[in-house]
Ligand binder design. Sequence first.
Ligand SMILES: *[C@@H]1O[C@H](CO)[C@@H](O)[C@H](O)[C@H]1NC(C)=O
Ligand SMILES: *[C@@H]1O[C@H](CO)[C@@H](O)[C@H](O)[C@H]1NC(C)=O
Ligand SMILES: *[C@@H]1O[C@H](CO)[C@@H](O)[C@H](O)[C@H]1NC(C)=O
Length: 412
Amino acid sequence: MKKPHRLVIAGDIAHRKKSLALFFCLSVVTLLILLLPAHGPDRPLSTTASPDVSSPFAGNLRPPKLAYLISSTRGEGRRVKRLLEAVYHPWNYYLLHLHLAVSPEERADLDDYIRSERVFLKFRNVRLVGNADVVTLKGPTMMSTTLHAVAILLKEVNDWSWFINLDTWDYPLMPQDDLLHIFSYLPKNLNFIEHSSNIGWKEHQRARPIIVDPGLYGFDKADVFWIKDKRSMPSSFKLFIGSSWVILSWSFLEYCILGWDNLPRTLLMYYTNFLTSNEGYFHTVICNSMDFQNSTVNHDLRFTMWDNQPRQSPLNLTLEHFSQLLESGAPFARTFTETSAVLDRIDKELLNKSKSRFCPGGWCLGSSMPGEDPCANFGKPHVIKPSAGSRRLERFLLNLLNAENFRPRQCS
Ligand SMILES: *[C@@H]1O[C@H](CO)[C@@H](O)[C@H](O)[C@H]1NC(C)=O
Ligand SMILES: *[C@@H]1O[C@H](CO)[C@@H](O)[C@H](O)[C@H]1NC(C)=O
Ligand SMILES: *[C@@H]1O[C@H](CO)[C@@H](O)[C@H](O)[C@H]1NC(C)=O
């Protein structure tokens, strides 16, 4: 039998002592961030919010909610299901976006799955984006899809704290319980976004070319095309470039979508003709905004391995990378191919997930005898049982938020 898990909500003493280490380190960060001038209107009140969300030990605290976007294209139905089973938690929200290229049969198949899964019916927190968008590889339509999803999430559910984008090449390295547990210690305005103003070779390949994405005005899938003239580097704002995989706060995304400053809007127009705008839009907005630049953590919280410079596409991770995945402490990794054996090892050793079942957590009350599905019986969605992954994530975040890594690496 395994040792009983330590409950956040119950908060036993031994557990508190350890978590306090994290809390105290983070409280310095919290303080710095709380001292920043307020930006924009406060988050709308949610029906489930607890009275004081600034201290992890104030009363019967509930963890923050995460809002996921999972994008996929043709032929990825099985991968979407597996990823969803691995990252699913009844406390969070999941929006699935299928590119317009996905066949109606495939779409209907996924739709049936969402409509028939008992857990989804009960918690009603998984849904497909109704009208699919045309998505052109490297075109601004990739960015508009993300903004579309964020707008849906802002409008339909107002009690999430962070937005996380994934595609079928991503996979989690720890159960959601661990992520929710550790994120409940973080200031809610932190934005995890890998960025740099040192754009190097990308100046000539990204910033100067002008492209047009036919996906903006037509239904047929076509490639972006290039305009003969080049443009100069912008002088009214500074360009930043980084990873398109982000974990962004409610407050920053509300600022981007509602645009009460003109910055998010003018930059959106600038990025319409920018190659691979999803590697620069949020980065440039956040770093040019006085109110948000100090909320950035320069990491995307994904474990990725690169071959050589220039960093074009990440390596496909395999079994031989397993110990590095484990040691990284990152909550997610990419990229994985569909058949990679390392996914089975992650399921077994890190997620404790059986084939075609959800990754179990504190919400699963069923039998954990071999062959039984612990999540066949479910309880309260906010009961969290962190596992070993939470300690890896704690270490990882403390390192990112220490004096050498946090402030000096913001928007430079
Ligand atoms: C952001 O942090 C820098 C350096 O710590 C500080 O000088 C600046 O005033 C801060 N900006 C805001 C808007 O608080
Ligand atoms: C990863 O695998 C995919 C599919 O097999 C392949 O198309 C891609 O080139 C691979 N990536 C690298 C960096 O090898
Ligand atoms: C994994 O799940 C099984 C049953 O589903 C349970 O008996 C076991 O204790 C779990 N292991 C860990 C490490 O959580």
